[in-house]
Design a protein around this ligand. Structure first.
Ligand code: MG
Length: 336
């Protein structure tokens, strides 16, 4: 097994602003695992507020002993091995896990989504995310998004209702809302939730700070719209903690340390009768296809990475009727 990696700066089409951060590009680590003439591809997307960087990824990858990654891959041993190298670092762990899944599919000559037990016909539409912006630029972005089957709006500024009004003056598509912990007052939040319900909003991500589970639980108990924990939910043990606080969870490979644990989180959430959104960071086709392999097992998908970036180093996966198409290629289905 041979491990190689190289940093890459993934450019966003538009400056992206959420309730607490703003940026125009994202550092990515592209990774390859080669074995018996096959190459598995992986990717770590390191958005600045998650604490990982090219430097932390390089430092982590230099400590990985590839002899611990033996085929057939036993993820129940490999993931704890990666965790034993260093805590945290979920994105770079995800890159390794993803490359292993791609490689495994190629070695077994099967698509990853099949190996993961997904039914490709159940792929949900993917939402297209629009960041916080001035009203005229925001309106222009909504118009550009006209072809997508769901729109996700980042709220948490003082103009939340105005942004939704702009969307509704342009399109009737299903709306998802992400407050990114930007709401603080319970009663005001509940009023806004009821108003958003009237506007056809179908889910709300992380309305209140993750450090305030009581307020999130208070809102969840009263909300007619599913409330999902995102910042509050990273890896498997967080699913149990989210139960009773949120209606559901937002799973992202860059938080869960990859596909293996994301699948465990899906199964745990289903046991607890919780809803599931599968989301992403700024990602190339590689991580998007890895998440898409699990998306048919989720209620909603927000896998718009390649739609929002301008220098994806891989071929754009097929996208039809607002959905990523899972192909029959062995592995993740990534094309050059
Ligand atoms: Mg979110």
């Amino acid at each position: 097994m041979k491990l190689t990696f190289k940093p890459f700066e993934l450019q966003l089409k538009h400056r992206f602003t959420i309730s607490k951060f703003s940026r125009t590009s994202t550092p990515i680590m592209l990774l390859q695992l080669e074995h018996e003439g096959y190459t598995g591809y992986g990717e770590a997307s390191m958005v600045p507020y998650m604490g990982e960087s090219i430097e932390t990824a390089v430092s982590f990858l230099q400590k990985v002993d590839v002899n611990q990654l033996k085929f057939p891959f036993n993820y129940a041993e490999i993931i704890p091995y990666l965790d034993s190298i260093a805590p945290g670092n979920p994105a770079v762990k995800a890159a390794i896990d993803m490359a292993l899944h791609d490689l495994e599919g190629k070695l077994l000559d099967k698509p990853s989504w099949q190996l993961l037990g997904s039914n490709a016909a159940l792929m949900p539409v993917t939402s297209y995310t629009i960041g916080i912006d001035s009203p005229d630029i925001f309106a222009k972005k909504v118009q550009e998004a006209a072809g997508y089957k769901a729109i996700k709006v980042k709220l948490g500024s003082s103009d939340d209702k105005q942004l939704i009004d702009i969307v509704r003056s342009i399109t009737d598509v299903p709306l998802y809302v992400d407050a990114n912990q930007g709401w603080t007052d319970r009663e005001q939040s509940l009023d806004l939730v009821h108003w958003l319900h009237e506007q056809g909003v179908q889910l709300i991500e992380q309305p209140m700070p993750k450090t305030d589970p009581d307020s999130n639980a208070w809102l969840t108990e009263r909300s007619p719209i599913p409330i999902l924990g995102d910042e509050a939910v990273q890896r498997l043990p967080d699913v149990n903690k989210a139960h009773g606080v949120y209606h559901g969870i937002n799973i992202k490979l860059m938080k869960s340390a990859g596909v293996y644990e994301a699948k465990q989180m899906i199964d745990k959430a289903r046991q607890l009768d919780m809803k599931i959104l599968i989301g992403c960071m700024s990602e190339t086709s590689c991580a998007t296809l890895a998440a898409a392999a699990l998306a048919p097992q989720c209620d909603w998908a927000d896998l718009d990475g390649p739609l929002l970036t301008s220098n994806n180093p891989f071929a754009m996966p097929e996208f039809e009727e607002g959905k990523w198409l899972l192909n029959e290629d062995a592995g993740l289905g990534l094309r050059m």
